[in-house]
Ligand binder design. Structure first.
Ligand code: ATP
Ligand code: MG
Length: 376
């Protein structure tokens, strides 16, 4: 009886790994314009009768397209005949643009300069909030406060009273060397001149000394493994910027501007300066774009509108977003509680997370696009 039943039952459709991979090779990464199989993003395919599971390894935990990619995978594999149960795990591994900095910072995958043409546009505030936003996605993030004349990162991260301690690091060759331990706050590690000078003391340094500080902040700090190291630069593209881009290959630069900067084209000049140094522009961020009155909800464009987007279009660089002028952001900066920590559900925090996601996207694109130059 049993034998007869087995013979007459409809043949069970065996799902194969080849079928799963064929389905996933139809799913594109919208940023990298290739399919997930070609990009080697599919890991650990497991099939047990109709149950299929696999991992999708994204190039950043901050990927804004995570939900779309997962839905596309679900649709593609879910429509294979015989698939009754589907488990997709979204993971990430930030790929380095290339081996960075040799012995200076061998375990830092991306160094990103945060720059502006003129002062006071909110570079440090934006850099701090983006760093916290990236860290909250699970990425390992550091900030180097390269504004040696006016260091503000310790205040923005609420660690003004802390100091950088001495530590020791074992190198791959077994040698143990002294290093400076960065200070950690809100999931972000940082170094700053602010930890080394007395409050209120002016810093009077010239070019060669500045380049020494930049090199020390890179090579003599125990950064450990980092996915993203954001460098908060002083305004303009002076000695510090030059020293940085000479010391290590930067993944790219982000230009922060306010809407009215476009008229004076200072932001554009700083952007061009990076391009001359062969540093890719990851995008423009417009800060202080608009103000939403908390009592009426009405939006005001205090400094004009759309300048950042226009500049990005004109210069053919990505536009990463508009950040509103917002009282808790200023207050959070003064009190060392970034708005992502003090008001994580606010519009401002959401905007910072979106901009951080777009920045991470551009970093991934740069990392994938990079091809080593032919040896001459
Ligand atoms: N989106 C924002 N909403 C409200 N206040 C902001 C915003 N961005 C920056 N600020 C405030 O503007 C002031 C200048 O910001 P910040 O110090 O970040 O600028 P900066 O470009 O780093 O300046 P500098 O060129 O001096 O380094 C600070 O008081 C900061 O709190
Ligand atoms: Mg600053």
């Amino acid at each position: 009886m049993t034998t007869v039943e087995a013979e007459t039952a409809a043949p069970v459709t065996e799902v194969t790994e080849a079928q799963v991979l064929a389905a996933l090779s139809q799913v594109q990464d919208p940023d990298l314009h290739k399919d997930l199989v070609t990009l080697k993003m599919i890991k650990n395919v497991k099939i047990c009768e109709g149950s299929v599971s696999f991992q999708v390894e994204l190039t950043t935990p901050a990927c804004p397209l995570k939900a779309k990619i997962e839905a596309d995978c679900r649709e593609a594999v879910g429509s294979i005949p015989g698939v009754t149960n589907l488990k997709i795990e979204m993971t990430s591994r930030v790929i380095a643009r290339r081996p960075l900095g040799g012995k200076l910072i061998p375990n830092v995958k991306h160094v990103i300069a945060v720059a502006s043409g003129k002062g006071g546009v909110g570079k440090s505030t934006v850099a701090t909030n983006l760093a916290v936003a990236l860290a909250q996605t699970g990425a390992k993030v550091g900030i180097m406060d390269a504004d040696v004349y006016g260091p503000t990162i310790p205040m923005l991260l609420g660690v003004e009273d802390e100091q950088m301690e001495q530590t020791a690091v074992r190198l791959p060759d077994g040698n143990v060397v002294p290093r400076i331990a960065p200070v950690e706050s809100h999931g972000v590690t940082c170094v700053s001149m602010g930890f080394l000078i007395e409050p209120g003391q002016p810093v009077v340094w010239r070019g060669p000394m500045l380049s020494k500080v930049v090199n020390q902040f890179l090579g003599e700090v125990a950064w450990g493994e980092l996915d993203y190291l954001l460098v908060d630069l002083p305004p303009g593209t002076g000695d510090v910027t030059m020293s940085l881009s000479e010391a290590i290959p930067l993944t790219g630069a982000v230009i922060v501007m306010t809407p009215q900067d476009v008229a004076s084209s200072i932001a554009v000049k700083s952007l061009r300066a990076f391009q001359k140094m062969n540093v890719p522009i990851l995008g423009i961020i417009e800060n202080m774009s608009y103000f939403i009155a908390p009592d009426t909800g009405k939006s005001y464009h205090i400094f004009g509108h759309g300048g950042g987007q226009e500049a990005a279009e004109e210069l053919k660089v990505p536009f990463l977003g508009e950040i509103p002028l917002d009282i808790p952001t200023r207050k959070g900066g003064d009190e060392g509680q970034p708005v992502l920590i003090s008001q994580p559900d606010s519009l401002q925090a959401t905007v910072f997370r979106e901009v951080a996601g777009r920045l991470a996207q551009q970093i991934s694109i740069q990392a994938r696009q990079f091809r080593p130059l032919p040896v001459m």
